[in-house]
Write a protein that binds this ligand. Structure first.
Ligand code: GRG
Length: 294
């Protein structure tokens, strides 16, 4: 029942969110080819977990939708760029994403690279345009946090380590996965604290919360790759085995990995308890991270 309510709430959020996503990721000055490719990926129906986390964590600190939506769109634009580039033949080489043709498959490789480039660049511009004048210090913090989470010590570095692993140890594999997946998820909840101009303690708490969610999210992703339903997932499964990629499942086995994910979610939920009723949706989202089937 709580999951049903969460999905209704998330669905309602997505409807409002997607209007802004389309509005702010395209611009009438862009060539029509670029507007078309961005619109194609925007309309492919992602889960919108990261932007939802931004708005819900911001809400904990009394920041309303109107003031958190630009930060939420910015993170989703950056996430979308990473998916487009990850799907390229030179990277993960996927033909389908979210149940539709990947961008290079629908258009061509140049369009896919450039669409990703545009989303990445404009994600930072969006933050500057929306928060720069109102609150320059907060805006700089948002930009710096997003850059750190998505650059060489975050998403991009994680992708490099995935393509060229340093070793086959659990420690290096976990580090790579956190950089590739966890950093941006953790950035989403940290954004809520930055938007709320919170105490250092609340900022650290939100980073901790996102860290645990990011780790549990990745384990669920690995489990879905192993035994998820291709049609529901909208992308190819069993890719990790096919590509000889190690995941936590190889080190711990499926049952233990599920327990580890559950423990992360428990820690994430405990970090929310001090916020009382306001954290209800985030608690439900935390549980959903490991029960999701897509
Ligand atoms: C190209 C710099 C660069 C990085 C790519 C996105 C990525 C890093 C790799 C994708 C491989 C992968 C499956 C990672 C696991 C976590 C992840 C990012 C899953 C996709 O996120 P979801 O499930 O996607 O939130 P939707 O489609 O719902 O937005």
């Amino acid at each position: 029942m709580r999951e049903k309510n969460l999905l209704l709430h998330l669905g309602h959020f997505c409807k409002k969110f997607e209007v802004y996503l389309q509005l702010w990721s395209t611009n009438s000055d862009f060539p029509s080819k670029l507007i078309n490719s961005i619109s194609y990926i925007n309309n492919s129906g992602g889960k919108r977990i990261r932007p939802f986390m931004v708005c819900e964590t911001a809400n904990l600190f009394d920041v309303n939708f109107k003031n958190s939506i630009a930060a939420a769109v910015s993170i989703e634009m950056l996430h979308t760029y990473s998916l487009i580039h990850d799907d390229l033949p030179s990277m993960d080489d996927d033909d389908y994403r979210r149940g539709r043709k990947t961008l290079h498959n629908k258009y061509d490789e140049a369009i896919a690279i450039l669409t990703g480039d545009s989303l990445l660049t404009e994600s930072f511009s969006l933050l500057a345009r929306n928060y720069g004048k109102k609150n320059p210090k907060m805006c700089a913090n948002l930009i710096l946090h997003l850059a750190k989470s998505s650059g060489g010590a975050g998403l991009v570095g994680g992708q490099i380590l995935d393509l060229y692993p340093k070793s086959k140890t659990l420690k290096d594999m976990s580090k790579m996965q956190f950089m590739k997946t966890g950093e941006l998820i953790s950035c989403s909840s940290a954004f809520g604290a930055i938007l709320g101009n919170t105490s250092k303690q609340d900022y650290n708490n939100m980073t901790f919360f996102g860290d645990k969610i990011g780790r549990a999210f990745q384990i669920t992703d690995d489990l879905l790759d192993l035994s998820g339903d291709l049609k529901v997932l909208g992308k190819k499964t069993k890719k990790d085995k096919e590509q000889g990629k190690l995941t936590l499942l190889d080190f711990k086995g499926v049952d233990k990995a599920k327990i580890i994910a559950q423990d992360y979610i428990q820690e994430a939920i405990e970090s929310l308890l001090k916020y009382g009723k306001k954290a209800k949706t985030l608690i439900d989202l935390s549980n959903y991270i490991i029960t999701r089937i897509r």
